[in-house]
Design a binder for this molecule. Sequence first.
Ligand code: AMP
Length: 214
Amino acid sequence: MNLIFLGPPGAGKGTQAEMFAAARGLKQLSTGEMLRAAVKAGTEVGKRADAVMKTGGLVSDDIVIGIIADRIDEPDCQGGFILDGFPRTLAQASALDRLLDEKGKTLDAVVEIRVDDAALIERISGRYSCAKCGAGYHDLHKQPKTEGVCDQCGATEFTRRADDNAETVKKRLLAYYRETAPLIGYYYAKDHLKSVDGMAAIDDVARQIDQALS
Ligand code: AMP
């Protein structure tokens, strides 16, 4: 099963993609994560992406399309994948159509996670992750079971993303509405769209996604 999880920053795409991927044996592919890894590693792609990501803009289509084109050929994607944060522009969506076609793969569904704008800033500013394994947490919505200890790997160091601040979040939201929201109509017209209410509790959203895709 090959899926796209679509929604504004803070909608819960990463959290839901992680849960659904684990439950169904799919590979979660987050272009944001891959770009942050490239920035950290200081690669050529990382150097080109770094300044744009800091301002909340979108990295150029050719960079992210190149990353995904290579990544979905890897053995760990052959049992199915969830694209989390890609595509983000109509050009990326068309490139993905072509890529899947060329590789003889199909897109099974696009899950749109709907969230009120007002909730997004609060959601984003409260989030953090384990510095060791990357597991995601939130000050209000998802604390580790033991305070200060990662549920998944037991590490005690956590980090917050540099672009998860109120000013950059507004720019990321603008980029979403300008460039990414048109994809909702694009995938609706292709009969791929399944919309869920992302304002519900994390487990409720997961149940909705499960039902929508069963
Ligand atoms: P995310 O982790 O999905 O919120 O992505 C973090 C940042 O990475 C975004 O604000 C963009 O600057 C960049 N980014 C991630 N995915 C894409 C994409 N598909 N197209 C362009 N830029 C992207």
